[in-house]
Ligand binder design. Structure first.
Ligand code: NAI
Ligand code: 13P
Length: 338
């Protein structure tokens, strides 16, 4: 790419940092915005975000800022990487600080509590008229930082947005694919977090690989069934941002959601798990919203119902998990998308 772009990344956690740095390593000017002034200064001095990605050296093209005003001044694109619970508050503050042609990309994999909205819907409401997109895929931040070959999907209704984000991020270790199905890509990224909690529970209970294979298949069918009810294209769930992300998040202790599941199966209560977390596990909030929405739409989601019983109704984890995995009458519907 000949032109150097100015890019702001909002949210100095693990994912914002690694995505910002990938863009910076491609030669663009990146401003990473975080709220803590001392941490911003430390990142700039040490070229490392020691709190979230220790040992990962940051490009000289990336600078951290604690003032939003400075971070977004004259930028061409803004990537938003804050938890879904803070997303609207952050973009609402952004609206009057950037020009209407500034491209806004969501990296957040979650759902807004009020109205079951995806982040692209929040962007449409808070940043009307802006070109928008979402980036989602099997993207454990630490693995990208370690240089493991990874892929992600940039989805937007605007081909110029997918092309631009592809060119900003694509490199030999981080392959960027395009999609026009923003809703499906985003929904897959949010829903898989719930099933990662279940997979973590299964791992902690030492389930065999046969069980894991069945759990993943049922998870994919259940997610897709819900997606159809939401008007999404279930075929998107067979791609990198759907099954690809489901597989990685349901297999790796690097996933926070998976680790939440492991802790729950080891007997820790939800309150204690939440109190001990210094990073977001979106699946916990998404579960409650998904259960409510599935009930409202009358979508069969036995895995979501079972996990809800474990987390919110204090039902015994192992007993519910066993019952959920071996209920015969459920099998007729489990693998069917309709
Ligand atoms: N870490 C990963 O491997 C991936 C994460 N994601 C998604 O990206 C989003 C962010 O994830 P991470 O960076 O991993 O989370 P994180 O927990 O590491 O960092 C979130 C950052 O946002 C900041 N933040 C929270 N509320 C804020 C507010 N109101 N204003 C400004 N900053 C605020 C926190 O202080 C923290 O620095 C999540 O939705 C996650 O699901 C997506 C792909 C991969
Ligand atoms: O989305 C992710 C991997 O694609 C990260 O998952 P966790 O939020 O569970 O760490």
């Amino acid at each position: 790419m000949d032109r150097m772009y100015r890019v702001a990344v909002l949210g100095g956690g693990s994912f914002g940092t690694v995505i910002g740095n990938m863009i910076a390593e491609n030669g663009h000017e990146v401003r990473l915005w975080l709220r803590n002034t001392a941490r911003a200064a430390q990142i700039n001095a040490e070229r490392e975000n020691a709190e979230y990605l220790p040992g990962y050296t940051l490009s000289d093209h990336l600078q951290a800022y604690a003032e939003l005003e400075q971070a977004v001044e004259n930028v061409d694109l803004v990537f938003v990487a804050v938890p879904s619970a803070s997303f609207r508050e952050v973009v609402a503050d952004l609206q009057h600080r950037v020009t209407p042609d500034t491209v806004i990309i969501s990296l957040t994999k979650g759902i807004e509590a009020c109205g079951f909205k995806l982040m692209s819907q929040v962007l449409r409401e808070e940043m009307p008229g802006h070109p928008i997109g979402v980036l989602s895929g099997p993207n454990l931040a630490r693995e990208i930082a370690a240089g493991h070959i990874s892929g992600s999907v940039i989805a937007s209704e605007l081909p110029e947005v997918t092309r631009l984000v592809h060119d900003l991020l694509h490199c030999r270790s981080f392959l960027i694919f395009s999609s026009h199905d923003m809703f499906g890509v985003e929904l897959g990224g949010a829903l898989k977090n719930v099933y990662a909690i279940l997979a973590g529970i299964g791992a902690s209970l030492s389930f065999g690989e046969n069980t894991v294979g069945m759990l993943l298949t049922r998870s994919l069918a259940e997610m897709s069934r819900f997606a159809v009810h939401m008007g999404a294209n279930p075929m998107t769930f067979l791609g990198l941002s759907g099954v690809g992300d489901l597989v990685v998040t349901c297999s790796s202790p690097l996933s926070r959601n998976y680790r939440v599941g492991m802790a729950l199966a080891e007997g820790e209560g939800l309150e204690s798990v939440l109190a001990g977390m210094d990073q977001v596990a979106e699946g916990i909030n998404t579960l409650a919203l998904l259960k409510r929405e599935a009930d409202r739409r009358e979508v069969e989601m036995p895995l979501v119902q079972g996990l809800y019983q474990m987390l919110h109704e204090k039902q015994p984890v192992e007993a519910v998990f066993n019952a959920m995995m071996s209920t015969e009458e459920a099998q007729d519907v489990e693998f069917v998308v309709r």
